[in-house]
Design a protein. Sequence first.
Length: 59
Amino acid sequence: MSLWSTLNRGVFKRTSTFAVAIAAGSFFFERAFDVASVTIFESINKGKLWKDIKHKYEN
């Protein structure tokens, strides 16, 4: 049994399961994209962010 036939029978055949699959996929993609972009931003700006220099300015 191929992957396409499994997806077709399980997800694409009914509109309701297709809509749920799209909603779940977009939610998880958004979360993964957010985490990845924050990680990249923090690695590029390491040493310049408030969390990195806060100890110099607090009493």
